[in-house]
Every structure is written in structure tokens, then in C-alpha cells.
Design a protein around this ligand. Structure first.
Ligand code: MG
Length: 452
């Protein structure tokens, strides 16, 4: 027998009809029941507090801690932006914290989008790092809540560990080769090389390995001559290949400091004969059209993206197949959730990932990098500064480990990293810091400033 729906509803009165037929209430109750079943009744934690822990050990590290209303359940996320480190704490504690107190911690993507849209103007490095700290802390909480490492929450491993590249350098070609040999003895199969110092900016201040004479009209900073340095690094490639042969992988970070886009094209052609595994940032982001010329004229593998901060900054380079590796500082693009999307975008174009990690990143952030590495088929290489120092290990228990040329992700719940806040308090930020906390301005011999 068919039910006369109109008569039935009117017989209940307005309140009864609402209780029985409100589709949103029914859907919500149904969804809640399914979640309870899926999580075996584990109640959803709520955000109780958000704070930033600042630690200066070598570089200035910012780690976000989110505590929940459940005893002992909290999480950590990396928000390290060494060049503007003092701005992260207020960005998190004055702006994101009031927005998020009381929220359910399980809504990670919703919280990411809410933070991203919270300031109207989006995608700046300070806000992105603040979001990254919150985002990664929420992933940590979710992992701790269910007793699984984050890599298990996003599909599990596709590889056991991340192949890394290390950094070798020396004031002379002989010292450079010695540095590479030492790293190779630890199992390293890939090394970025630098000659004359750690970065091109101070190359000209160290002993002049090939007899180049560089003088400067500027007295406030060391001179940097891009043409001289280009010759130095090409000579260094030749020397290392002569001494060590072809088995060791060699890379180089041009740091956007070649003399011009035309010089970048020429350099990528000249270095091709030494079979580098990658040349990093031969061009600045604003010169990306010139990647077409590099691509057309040589097969030197190119990595790019360290300075990009918007998740779609890679679109042009990927769509046009102009690079081989995308790289970024994961916290600078908004953290683990944002970087996962970039990795998926790269995978669609057969481009590999190579996340930035020369050392200016907390162990929590490194673990986020390694989690991306072991869960993505698009992984290529992982930059890795080395095993944690004694001081880092004192503050961060469970920091990622390097062995036999690989870096290993933790199998402990969440990121697997615990932060000892008492130990951290021994290493506060220093009040006086130079411009960017590390290398300072880079000037040509005529005194004019160029990209750092
Ligand atoms: Mg770089």
C-alpha cells in the first residue's frame, strides 16, 4: 500500500516533520556513525593550543606545536624560514591560533585551505611557513592518534629509503676531491660540488685555485665574479672527473648567479660533457622562458624551484617539459599537504622531486621531506645535510638518520620526532642576526648587487 506522504507529514506537525525528514541532519548522523565505526569510536581531538618553539643551533629553526584536548596527544610541524625567522612566531600565534582554537584536528585539508584564505593576500613565505607548521603538526597528531607513521596515512611506502646527494667543497681542486672521497666513504653516490668555498658568493674570497685575479670596487662584501666562477666550476668538474672517474654523481647549484640568461645556456652546454646528475637553478624564476633554449641545446638535467612559493609556480616548466627535477623548501610552499600536490603534478609530467634540505630545516621538516620521498613514485633525489649534530640530537629525539647513501624515514607514529622543550630553551634565538642569517649580500666586482 502506498503511503499518502502529504497526509502523513501534516499529521506529525512542523517539528516532527523536520526531525524525520531533515536530510542534512540524517546525513550528518549517518556520516558520524560511519566515522565512529571507522575510527573504532576514537573521539576526534580538538585544538587546545598552538605555539611556536624557536631553537637556534647553527641556524634558526621554528617548530609549531599543537596540543589537543586529549591528554598526551600533540604534534609538531616545521615552519622554519631562516631569513625572516622572527616573523614566524607572531604569524602563527597572533593570526592562525585564534582562528583554529577548538577545531577538530582531523580536518587537515580544510584547515590548510582556511589558513590559506585567511589573509586575503595569499602565498607569501611567512604565511606559508606558518601554515606548514600547523599542517605538519596536524599530520603528526593524526599519526600519533592511530599509532602509525605518516607515510602509512598517505598510501604507504613505494621505496625503503631516500637516495640522497651530499655537499662537497674545497678551496682548491685537491681539497674538493678530498671532500668527495670522504663523503663517498660514507656511501654517498651523489655530491653537489663547490669550489673556493661553500657557496658561489664566497668563492672569490678563498684561495684562488686556478690563478684568477678578482678585485672588487666594493668594500662592504666579498666580490663575486660570475664569469670567473663559471670557469672555476667547469675546471673543477674536469679535475674531479679526471681524478675520480665517472662513477661518482656530480651536481652543481648555480644559485641563479650566472652572468646572464645567455651565460646560463652556455654553461649548461659546457658542463654537459661531465654528465652531471643535475644543474640546479641555472636561471632565476623571472627568466624561466630561457629554459626553452637550454632544453633545445643540451641534455644537461635541470632542477628548479627552490625559490617558488605558490603550488602552481611549476606549471609552466612542467607543462613544457623544461626541467627534470622540481625542488622546493617544503615549508615555504605551505608544508606537507601542499608539497604532496606538487609531487602529484610532477608525476603527471615524468618530472622528479628533489626537496630542498641543505641544513636550514628542522628534523620534523626533514621527516616530512623523507615521507614525501618514500611515498611518491615521482621521487628523484633528496638533498641531505648529514646526520644530526650533538646539539640537534639533544633537542630533537628521533631525527632522521643517514646511512650508506640513503636517508631513512622513522617508523614511529606521526613524524617519529620528539622535541625536548627544556633542552630547546637552552638554544634561544639570538637578538642580532645579519640580513638572512647566513651569507649576506652578493655583489659583483663593480659593487652592484645581484641575487643571493
Ligand atoms: Mg639551491
Amino acid at each position: 500500500m502506498q503511503v499518502n506522504r502529504r497526509k502523513f507529514v501534516s499529521s506529525l506537525g512542523a517539528a516532527g516533520a523536520c526531525a524525520l525528514f531533515d536530510p542534512s541532519a540524517q546525513a550528518s548522523a549517518s556520516a558520524r556513525a560511519r566515522v565512529d565505526q571507522a575510527t573504532r569510536g576514537v573521539p576526534t581531538p580538538k585544538i587546545k593550543d598552538i605555539s611556536v618553539i624557536e631553537v637556534q643551533i647553527g641556524t634558526r629553526l621554528s617548530v609549531v606545536k599543537i596540543t589537543t584536548d586529549q591528554p598526551g596527544l600533540y604534534g609538531y610541524g616545521c615552519a622554519t624560514f631562516t631569513q625572516r625567522a622572527d616573523l614566524i612566531k607572531p604569524a602563527v600565534e597572533l593570526y592562525l591560533k585564534p582562528l583554529l582554537l577548538g577545531w577538530n584536528t582531523d580536518r587537515i585539508e580544510d584547515i590548510w585551505q582556511t589558513c590559506w584564505n585567511s589573509s586575503y593576500w595569499r602565498s607569501g613565505p611567512v604565511l606559508n611557513n606558518a601554515i606548514s607548521g600547523v599542517d605538519e603538526a596536524l599530520w603528526d597528531i593524526k599519526g600519533r592518534q592511530v599509532g602509525l607513521p605518516v607515510y602509512q596515512l598517505v598510501g604507504g611506502k613505494v621505496r625503503e629509503a631516500a637516495e640522497v646527494y651530499r655537499h662537497a667543497g674545497g678551496a682548491t681542486p685537491e681539497a674538493l676531491v678530498d671532500s668527495i672521497r670522504k663523503l663517498a666513504a660514507t656511501g654517498a653516490r651523489n655530491v653537489h660540488i663547490a669550489i673556493g668555498g661553500g657557496t658561489p658568493s664566497n668563492a672569490a674570497t678563498s684561495p684562488d685555485p686556478f690563478g684568477y685575479q678578482i678585485k672588487s670596487l666594493d668594500t662592504t662584501s666579498p666580490p663575486y665574479d660570475p664569469d670567473a666562477h663559471t670557469r672555476q666550476i667547469l675546471d673543477a668538474f674536469a679535475y674531479v672527473r679526471k681524478e675520480l672517474g665517472g662513477d661518482i654523481g656530480l651536481g652543481f647549484d648555480a644559485h641563479e648567479r650566472l652572468a646572464s640568461p645567455r651565460a646560463a645556456v652556455q654553461f649548461c652546454k659546457d658542463v654537459e660533457q661531465y654528465r652531471p646528475y643535475m644543474i640546479e637553478d641555472p636561471l632565476a624564476p623571472e627568466d624561466e622562458d630561457y629554459f626553452r633554449e637550454i632544453r633545445a641545446q643540451c641534455s644537461t638535467p635541470i632542477s628548479m624551484g627552490e625559490l617558488f612559493i605558490h603550488p602552481r609556480d611549476w606549471e609552466f616548466l612542467l607543462e613544457n617539459r623544461l626541467i627534470d627535477y622540481i625542488r622546493c623548501h617544503v615549508s615555504e610552499v605551505g608544508g606537507f599537504s601542499a608539497a604532496r600536490k606538487i609531487a602529484v603534478l610532477a608525476e603527471m609530467y615524468q618530472v622528479r622531486t628533489c626537496w630542498h634540505n641543505p641544513g636550514d630545516i628542522s628534523p620534523v621538516g626533514i621527516m616530512a621531506n623523507l615521507t614525501l620521498d618514500v611515498t611518491s613514485n615521482a621521487f628523484g633525489l633528496q638533498e641531505f645535510g648529514g646526520n644530526p649534530s650533538e646539539q640537534i640530537a639533544e633537542v630533537f629525539q628521533g631525527a632522521p638518520q643517514y646511512k650508506d647513501g640513503y636517508a631513512w624515514v622513522s617508523d614511529l607514529p606521526g613524524w617519529g620526532v620528539e622535541l625536548d622543550e627544556k633542552a630547546a630553551a637552552k638554544y634561544p634565538f639570538e637578538s642580532a642576526q645579519p640580513l638572512n642569517g647566513s651569507w649576506g649580500a652578493v655583489r659583483l666586482p663593480d659593487g652592484s648587487i645581484i641575487h643571493q
